[in-house]
Design a protein around this ligand. Structure first.
Ligand code: A2P
Length: 273
């Protein structure tokens, strides 16, 4: 469960993380994170947008040492811009009750080119001041990444966190990330549970004696993606992480790859200007 991959800045990131989007603030999130830590997760993915950073922070505090847990948070759109990003990061640090964030992402490219580039400069500054270890982006398309590369950033984005699952394969974008040493983090790897009864998926689940959710997480890991399944249910949290004791063979990976239909469960800022 604590297999890791290496980021382009040399740091390691656990391949499996708990997503807490739509995990309600308060005890529900705190208990989900506690359950995940008890089940062996060492990576939690939150955002200021989710309003549950404080609960994540409280749960993480129960299990020192801090450096064994990888915590990601994100700068929301309305906080983009150089000064606002610096201020938002300080507020996230305070809510998380930590003195550093493992990975800080720009939540989306939607604020436009000027703010994107200013915000990224602020992320670099936060690394230099030690408040953040690794930086990256989320919901970026190829053109957004190219725009950033054109400014020759001192610190390259370590990840691009995007919606990825077999019905939203994003081959071109994930290939581009791979070619540029950017780790793809898959959010909504379970397609928000909207396709768990897909006939092809169910038949693979039977073949491997696994759940549909486990097959989906495994599919992402075998493609080299970090996978961030969300659950607030103890049993499902545990079960979603039980994916390191089997291997999908190539033909079955292809069956899953063939399900692509550009289906996004949420928003899709990767195509914005
Ligand atoms: P819950 O939190 O009640 O478990 P995604 O990670 O793709 O965004 O999917 C999250 C959704 O999938 C949530 O509604 C979550 O509900 C549900 N979910 C998480 N794990 C499982 C699972 N193993 N089986 C079925 N549904 C799941």
């Amino acid at each position: 469960i604590n297999s890791t991959t290496r980021l382009n800045d040399g740091r390691e990131i656990p391949l499996l993380g708990l997503g807490v989007y739509l995990s309600p603030p308060g005890d529900v999130t705190k208990n989900a994170v506690l359950a995940a830590l008890a089940a062996g997760y060492r990576h939690i993915d939150t955002a200021s947008l989710y309003r549950n950073e404080a609960d994540v922070g409280e749960a993480v505090l129960t299990r020192p040492p801090r450096e064994e847990i990888f915590v990601t948070t994100k700068i929301w759109n309305s906080d983009q811009g150089y000064e606002k990003t610096l201020a938002a990061a300080d507020l996230s640090l305070a809510r998380l009750k930590t003195d550093y964030i493992d990975l800080l992402l720009l939540h989306s490219p939607l604020p436009g080119k000027k703010k994107r580039l200013e915000s990224y400069r602020a992320l670099e500054e936060l690394v230099k001041s030690g408040k953040v270890k690794s930086i990256g982006v989320s919901n970026y398309g190829i053109h957004h990444l190219r725009e950033l590369f054109e400014t020759h950033p001192e610190i390259k984005p370590a990840v691009n966190q995007i919606e990825v699952h077999p019905w939203c394969r994003r081959q071109e974008l994930t290939d581009f990330c791979e070619a540029n040493s950017i780790v793809v983090e898959a959010y909504s790897p379970l397609a928000k549970a909207q396709r768990l009864d897909d006939a092809n998926l169910v038949s693979l689940a039977q073949k491997y004696n696994k759940t549909s959710a486990q097959i989906l997480v495994r599919w992402g890991l075998q493609h080299g993606f970090v996978s961030l399944p969300k659950s607030t249910n103890n049993e499902r949290i545990k079960s979603n992480a039980d994916v390191f004791n089997f291997h999908l063979d190539d033909a079955d990976m292809e069956v899953l790859d063939s399900l692509d239909e550009n289906f996004v469960t949420g928003w899709d800022p990767t195509t914005c200007d």
